[in-house]
Structures are given as structure tokens and as C-alpha cells.
Design a protein around this ligand. Sequence first.
Ligand code: PMV
Length: 356
Amino acid sequence: MENQFLGNQHFNISNQVVSATCPSNIALIKYWGKYANQIPANPSISYTLNHCNTQTSMEFFADEPFSVQTFLAGNEEVKFAEKIEKYFKNIEQYLPWILKGKYVIKTENTFPHSSGIASSASGFGAIASCLMELDKNFSSEIRDASYDLKKASFLARLGSGSACRSLYNGLVVWGKTDEVEGSSDLYAVKYPDEEIHPIFKNFNDWVLLIHEGEKSVSSTVGHGLMNTNPYAERRFQEARENFVPLKEILKTGNLEKFITLVEHEALTLHAMMMMSEPAFILMKTGTLEVINKLWNFRKETGHPLFFTLDAGANVHVLYPENVKQNVLQFIQDELVGYCQNGQYICDQIGNGAKSN
Ligand code: PMV
């Protein structure tokens, strides 16, 4: 299967500068647990965001000894460069020219540094897009844009699993499931547009930044702890099963069932962390306060305001665009007070990666 992405040995390298922008994404059915070579233990689905993104420029110096230098917001990042070097060595069979030059990679995130928002999804999405741009420039063959996008998603996955979903806009599926035609463990695909009720096409995601700074347990370690988690198999099975009701929900626009499923997924992710050995908790007091306030508000008003979480303390507050006027005041008055330094990001479903 991976063979479809093996690189062409005929290429013509030259000095180049390419750049790309890639957004972050937030999973609704979560990926948590993986096998060798970044194969997910269960399928996942996410919304691609709009404002939370990474802009990357990649300068390639042909025929210089292979090396990588990286800058994040203008500051040299040696650790990140080491990670990228390892990643490039790992994907050589898919881009046979990749070790034949020197790289200077400059990246900037639109979201605050150390805000706890994972930059790996948008970061690797942008790097994979830059690499495919270089590949295009070095090859003389006629290119198929949809294959190039699929390969960018495939390459992004090898950098950071969930990054493969950031290459597409809207609702995106990664991992083989019988419920979504063409889905694969190797790359992400767009959820079919015609199967999505309009209510799910215009959605807001306000990211409440509850806690700044490094997470106590990285997602790499967290995924690894699923190998010994006694509830892991049941969890993987549940995620697979959740695609059946989700498909119906997305088609019919059943917001109530959507809310139940999405919040259950978020809490299951954190329950898995608590049931790992050793156990860990990434939520903070503010995370729980926000969840309880939001639940009370929903109970009292009936407005479809709900949450999801990623592997951290931040709360993603979700609501369809058509109820904005009814929920805005509540979020501003009652929830943003829990954000560290008052920081939050008003985002919505976005557009996937773009080469600049
Ligand atoms: O792509 P990773 O290895 O950073 O893992 C991401 C895991 C979650 O964000 C918690 C869930 C997901 O599906 O994005």
C-alpha cells in the first residue's frame, strides 16, 4: 500500500524557496493509541480550523551536505531541527532527493507560543506541503493534484499522526472505517460534503487557553501508554463503532446526538489518561469549571453550546454559527475568565493547507 507513494528516482534539483500555510485541527472522534509506523489504533474525524495555523518557509540549497536549520518566530530551534532531520531521513524512499541538500526552515504560529495548542499538526502539515512543492519543482512528470495532496497527507502523518488531517478543509477522516469510502490508515480523506447537513458546515470553535506551558506528559508518551491500558481495546472498538451513529447524525443534522457523542469522546480521551499506568491528568481546575458552567448553561437555556478537549487543559467551545447571538455573551462573561492571562482564540472551521 505504501508503495503508491514511493518517489521517482528521476529528479533535477536546484536552489529553491517554497512556503506553505497549514491550519491546526480538532478531533471529534479521537485518535489515541497507535501501532508501528504511525498506524492509528482506530479511525478519527476532525474539524480543520481557520485561524490557528503555522506558516512555514523552506529554503533548499541543492548539492550542499544534508543539514537542517530551523527557526521558530525568528529564534533558532536546535531540538526541532534534530527532529526534522530524523523525519527527513525516515521519508527518503518517498522523496529520493530529500537528503541531497541543506535546508533553512522558518516557521511562525498564529497562536500564542506555549499556549498549549499543539503546533505539531499544523507544523508537520506545513512542512509536508513545502516538501511536495519542492518535489513538484524537481520533477518533470505531469502531476495529479489530488495524488499530491494525498501524498502530502501521507508524509504529514509520518511526522505527527493527526497532522495528516490538517491538509484538508472541513470534516476530515483518518483511519480505515467501512463507514467512509476511501478512508485509510495511511492518509486522511475529506468527509463527503454531500453527506453533511448544513448545520455542521458553519461551526465556531473558541479555544479557551486555560493553561500555558509544556504539558506534563507528551502525546507520544500518552499514545504509548495505551499499549498497556486494560481498557484500550474496548476504547478502540468504541471509536470504530461511533462512526455508525456519527454518519447518521452528520446527514440528518441531529445536533443533540452530535453533542452527546463529541463530549463523550473528549471525556473518554481523558479517562484513558487517568486509567493509564502511570496515571496522568492533563485537565486543570479551570477545565472542569468551564465544563460545569457550560453544562449548566445548556440545561437552563437549551442552546447547543458544547465542548471538546485535546491532549491538554484547553477547552474547545463549539457552537453552530446560527446560535452565535445567544451564546456569545455567556462565553465572554462566564467562561473566558478561566483563561490564563485572559487568552482565547475565536476560531471556526477552516480551509486546509495552502502553498503560498
Ligand atoms: O498527532 P498526535 O500524536 O499529536 O496525537 C493527537 C492526539 C489527540 O489530539 C489527542 C487526538 C486527535 O485525534 O487529534
